[in-house]
Design a protein around this ligand. Structure first.
Ligand code: ZN
Length: 260
């Protein structure tokens, strides 16, 4: 009888199979662990940015949130908070409320995140001159014009369709149907001192593919407190030619309530 040396083919196949099974178990766990810790770092960064902004605004009333996010002049952090997954931070502040979102870690099922993004997509243009808008849109839009900016955003920031309102939130509030979240800018009052007053984020059943009922709002986002509002008994508001303040007054007058 010849003495066996080394591994037989069967033994090798078994070893490789066991290694493959181990890898299949361990690698996804490791990836899950890494992405969870990256998300935790990112959430902590956002809290740091909000704290720094609140503190520094006490010294500089017109401080822009972008200055803090970018850590301009290394004034706000010893090292600039950076998303470990490669996202970037965007946000706005209205009054005491500050909303900052990571472009990587945003939650596609959060009605707040979709609204904040929609608000920022339009809001970014409100402080710009016509020349700046033309430059920012590659000459697609020449001045602050709601129709052109919506068309531009639909193509550049969305896949030709406004994002859907998360159905879990609608279900929770007993609202049936599909709704789509979109921004409106009231360019008529754009020369005003506070351009944030001109952007309204709302939702209706038109995903942007139809031209009917464009300005009908079944649901309206309040950027000041981050809550979505809804009218009783199917009450709707038309956003056309109205500033955010006018829309807010109409919501109050019609008893619109925040969603749960
Ligand atoms: Zn992130």
């Amino acid at each position: 009888m010849k003495k066996k040396s080394g591994f037989t083919l069967i033994e090798l196949i078994i070893v490789i199979a066991i290694l493959a099974i181990l890898a299949a178990i361990l690698i996804p766990n490791a990836i899950g662990y890494i992405s969870a810790s990256q998300k935790a770092v990112c959430d902590n960064n956002i809290q740091q940015i909000i704290r720094a902004y609140k503190t520094q605004r006490a010294f500089k009333e017109d401080l822009k949130i972008e200055e803090v996010i970018a850590n301009e002049g290394d004034k706000y952090f010893t090292s600039t908070p950076t998303c470990p997954s490669g996202g970037s931070y965007v946000g706005y502040s209205l009054g005491d409320n500050i909303f900052i979102m990571c472009t990587y870690h945003k939650d596609p099922n959060s009605s707040l995140d979709i609204a904040v993004e929609s608000y920022l997509n339009m809001y970014q243009f409100t402080g710009m001159t016509s020349a700046e808008i033309a430059a920012a849109t590659g000459n697609a839009v020449k001045y602050l014009n709601n129709d052109s900016l919506r068309t531009y955003l639909m193509g550049s920031a969305y896949d030709g369709k406004w994002p859907a309102f998360p159905s879990s939130v609608l279900d929770r509030n007993g609202i049936s149907g599909d709704y789509y979240i979109q921004p409106y800018v009231d360019a008529s009052s754009a020369g005003g001192k506070n351009p944030s007053k001109n952007v309204t984020v709302y939702a209706n059943t038109n995903d942007g593919s139809s031209t009917s009922d464009l300005w009908r709002a079944d649901l309206i986002f309040n950027p000041e407190n981050g809550k979505w509002y809804h009218g009783n008994n199917g009450s709707i508001i038309r956003v056309m030619n109205k500033s955010w303040n006018e829309i807010k007054q109409e919501m109050d007058a019609n008893g619109w309530q925040p969603l749960l």
